[in-house]
Each structure stands twice: as structure tokens, then as C-alpha cells.
Design a protein around this ligand. Structure first.
Ligand code: BGC
Length: 478
């Protein structure tokens, strides 16, 4: 070997070692059995309105009805202006055509090296008319579940992701306690069909968001504002509905073999406290205005009400004057009604005097909330006080330019790993979401997807920022 090739071999050996070292320091490896997953929901991805509306002249669901309103502020919202409840008047349409592409999309989940997929089953298509069960829709889910299992991807089913049949809406939906049995019947019907195949079941997605965004902030169906009394009733009924479903499914064949849990969005706010060089007056304004808004938002999103109910069975929702609302109840079965808790978490939102904001070293996502990875660790720690295994059922960032996605993924998942190493019983992490889809009142204007979708051609493309999830979030082989 001459001198030049000697130095060259040393140089390249060093180069190879340092790049592979760099790559391996980026790796986050979870133990075998931990689920690396992706999540989505039927309404957001499916375009089910298009599939089923052909058979009917009425609306299919609460959301189908809601997106066709021309007033965000209806009878219960006496504000003067006229507009669609969805930004830019958008409608879900055929979305990302999940109905036709689901089986092909399993390949995308595999490409990400995921071991589990969280999706929702859509009540409004299974029981479009009360008491009439749609076999074609059941067959769709049958095929999807079979195909996932064939590919060694564990299905995690959500029974209710915010959308219910229009007939249920007309009866008052979850505003009325006497409607809970309709929901239980639907859940039993689904479990009868899939209970032997699906091991992970989520009952209701984010009851506190349904109550807060649907009844106080007029952002989601049914689009009411400041209806605190109804919000309290709906929250109570959703919690009790979860408990009823849990008990009913546990009593059915296979009930004891599966895990059933509720999914909670721990949406919390805090007053912004700037770290650097701000004058005392600015600091004071942040803490006064941001702090008060944060307090009100924490109240609206009722995290404490959730924790108390599932710890003790006590439901207490009170709103002071001028609303003077008090919804109280006690459900002794609540503390034992979860085999796991599904934690949806995006960020703890820091509110300054002009709205959500962040420190200099942080960044805003498009929503806007800030990327604050350590707050996921705090959330895990707090939800663990319910003393149940935890699945992170949603976490992700809307990032149309794909500027921060990989950064977000690396740093948030690092904290999941840290929590696991410290002994917290975290069993899985599901990135929200597999591909861009209908982001509720934001329509198609937010881009949470690991895959970008061209909705004209339905072509899916893995975003560069998502490569990190595919290549560096790993599972030890069993
Ligand atoms: C919901 C999803 C939604 C996501 C991002 C969660 O609260 O479960 O349906 O798309 O947040 O906003």
C-alpha cells in the first residue's frame, strides 16, 4: 500500500465510521412489543359521504350536516356574520379516497416499518338508517383488518372519532343521556364482528374536544358557542357512554382478551413567560393577558374534569356566573373502566398577549402551536397517575413546508423513550397522521401527513422530513 492510499483508507474509514456513528446516535430504539404506529380517522381520510350519500336524500352524519351549513353561528350562536363552518367553505369530498385505497395504503404503513395502525370505524355508514346494518361497509372493515393482520400490523380500532349518524344527531346525540344505549348497541355490533381479530380498542376519541370545540367555541359540529350547560351534559354523557361500552364489550365473547381504553387529548395552556431581554411591562402584559386566556382555555378543555372522573368516579363541571352551570354526577365504575389510556398530545400551548407563541429556541407549527417536546414527557407523567398502561395514540405536527417535521419527530420521541426508561408503562406511539387529510374546520389547509397527497391524482409521496420516522425509530427484534 503506498502512502496516498494509506491516508485515503484512513480518511474513508474515519468518514464511514463517523457517518454510521452519526446515524446510530440518531436512532431511537424501543423494545420488542412496543408499537410503532400511525393513526387516522374514517371521516378525515375516507370520503364516506360520497360513497353513501348516493343511497340517501338526507344527511349522513352530524359532520356531513355541519359542513353543509352556511352559518357557523346558528340559532345557538347569535353572531351576525354568514360563513361556512369550514375554512374557505371546503367540504370533505372524497378526501384521500381511503374507501378505495385502504388496502394499497397498507404498503405505505409497511414502508414506514410500523407494527400497528390506528383507524376509526364509521358508525354513520354502518348504521345509516337506525337499526339497518350495512353489510357492504362491514365487509370493507373486514377486508382492511384481515389485510393488516396478514401484514403483521396490529389494528387499533377507534369506535367513535366525532362522527355519528344523522338520525342520532336528530335525536339530540350525546346531549341526551337516554341516547347512550344507541351508541352501546352500535359498539356491540362492531365488537361482535371484529372482537376476535382486533386486540386494541379505543372507545371515544377526545370527549373534552367534542364538548369544547363543538359547544363552546363553535369550531366543530354542532357548531354552538358558549353553551356551557350543554358542553357539561355532553361531556358527562360521553364519559358515561365510555363506561357503558367498556362494561358491555368486556361481557361479550373475547371481551376479556382485548384491551379497551378511552382516548384523551391533554390540551393544556399556560401563560407565556419570555426567557430573554424583555422589559418588565411586556412581561407583565404577557402574564396578565396570556395567563388569563390560558386559564379560560384550560377550563374549556376540561382536563381536570377528565382526570377526576377516571380517578374517582366523580364528575364535576361547574361554570361561574354569568353562566352559573353545574353538572354533577358520580359513576362508581369509571375508575375501573380502562385497560389503557390513549393519550393524544401535541403541545402545551404557551399563550402570550397576542396569542399562542414560543421561546426563541422553539418554533411554531402551522396550527399554530409550538414544538415543545418536553411537554409530552410531562403529559405522560401526569396521565400515568391514572395507573393504566399508556398508548400515545396521536402526536404530530402540521408542517406544510416540511421544515420542522423531522426535528419534531426526533425530539418528541426521545421523550417517549426517556419516559419508558424511567419506568412509565408506555406501550406504543402513533404518529398523526399517515397522510394529509381533512383537518375538520381547517379543511385541507393543514398538512399533518407523513405522506403528502396530491388530491387530484391521489398520489402519495413520503415527505423528506418523515424519513426519520421510517429509518431511525426502530424496534428491537423479539
Ligand atoms: C384529532 C384528530 C385531528 C388532530 C389534529 C386530534 O385532536 O383526534 O382528528 O386531526 O387532532 O388536529
Amino acid at each position: 500500500m503506498n502512502l496516498i492510499s494509506y491516508f485515503r483508507s484512513i480518511f474513508f474509514a474515519g468518514f464511514v465510521t463517523s457517518t454510521s456513528l452519526l446515524a446510530s446516535t440518531l436512532n431511537i430504539t424501543f423494545p420488542a412489543g412496543f408499537h410503532k404506529g400511525v393513526a387516522n380517522s374514517a371521516y378525515q381520510a375516507g370520503g364516506h359521504n360520497l360513497v353513501w350519500h348516493k343511497n340517501s336524500t338526507s344527511f349522513l352524519s352530524n359532520w356531513h350536516y355541519f359542513e353543509n351549513q352556511s352559518y357557523r353561528f346558528s340559532a345557538k350562536n347569535p353572531l351576525p356574520f354568514k360563513r361556512s363552518p369550514i375554512d374557505r367553505g371546503q367540504k370533505v369530498g372524497n378526501s384521500v379516497d381511503f374507501w378505495n385505497q385502504a388496502i394499497e395504503d397498507i404498503k405505505l404503513i409497511k414502508e414506514l416499518k410500523c407494527t400497528s395502525y390506528r383507524f376509526s370505524i364509521e358508525w354513520s355508514e354502518l348504521e345509516q338508517t337506525q337499526g339497518v346494518w350495512n353489510e357492504e361497509a362491514f365487509a370493507f372493515y373486514d377486508k382492511l383488518i384481515e389485510e393488516l393482520l396478514k401484514n403483521n400490523i396490529e389494528p387499533m380500532v377507534t369506535l367513535y372519532h366525532w362522527v355519528h349518524p344523522f338520525w342520532f344527531h336528530q335525536k339530540g346525540g350525546f346531549e341526551k343521556a337516554e341516547n347512550i344505549p344507541y351508541f352501546v348497541t352500535y359498539c356491540k355490533k362492531v365488537f361482535e364482528r371484529f372482537g376476535s381479530k382486533v386486540k386494541l380498542w379505543c372507545t371515544i376519541n377526545e370527549p373534552t374536544i367534542i364538548a369544547g370545540c363543538g359547544y363552546i367555541m363553535a369550531r366543530h359540529a354542532p357548531g354552538y358557542s358558549f353553551q356551557f350547560g350543554l358542553a357539561g351534559e355532553v361531556l358527562k354523557n360521553l364519559f358515561n357512554a365510555h363506561v357503558e361500552v367498556y362494561k358491555a364489550l368486556k361481557a361479550m365473547p373475547h371481551g376479556k382478551e382485548v384491551q379497551i381504553g378511552i382516548v384523551h387529548q391533554m390540551l393544556q395552556f399556560e401563560g407565556f413567560d419570555p426567557e430573554h431581554d424583555t422589559c418588565a411591562i411586556v412581561r407583565f402584559c404577557h402574564s396578565l393577558i396570556g395567563g388569563s386566556v390560558a386559564k379560560a382555555m384550560n377550563f374549556i378543555f376540561a382536563h381536570k374534569v377528565f382526570m377526576e372522573f377516571f380517578k374517582t368516579g366523580k364528575f364535576s363541571y361547574t361554570v361561574p356566573f354569568p353562566w352559573s352551570v353545574s353538572v354533577q354526577t358520580f359513576n362508581p365504575d369509571a375508575p375501573s373502566s380502562n385497560d389503557f389510556i390513549g393519550l393524544n398530545f401535541y403541545s402545551r400551548v404557551a399563550v402570550g398577549m397576542t396569542g399562542p407563541t414560543c421561546q426563541n429556541h422553539e418554533y411554531m407549527t402551522d396550527m399554530p402551536y409550538a414544538g415543545r417536546p418536553e411537554t409530552l414527557y410531562d403529559a405522560i407523567k401526569e396521565i400515568a397517575t391514572l395507573k393504566r398502561p399508556i398508548y400515545i395514540t396521536e402526536n404530530g405536527a402540521p408542517d406544510g413546508l416540511d421544515k420542522n417535521r423531522s426535528h419534531f419527530i426526533i425530539n418528541y420521541i426521545k421523550f417517549v423513550k426517556q419516559a419508558l426508561e424511567e419506568g412509565f408503562d408506555v406501550r406504543g406511539y402513533y404518529y398523526w397522521t399517515l397522510m394529509d387529510n381533512f383537518e375538520w374546520d381547517n379543511g385541507y389547509d393543514q398538512f399533518f401527513g407523513l405522506y403528502h397527497v396530491d388530491r387530484k391524482t391521489q398520489k402519495r409521496t413520503l415527505r423528506p422530513g418523515s424519513h426519520y420516522y421510517r429509518d431511525h425509530v426502530l424496534l428491537t427484534r423479539s
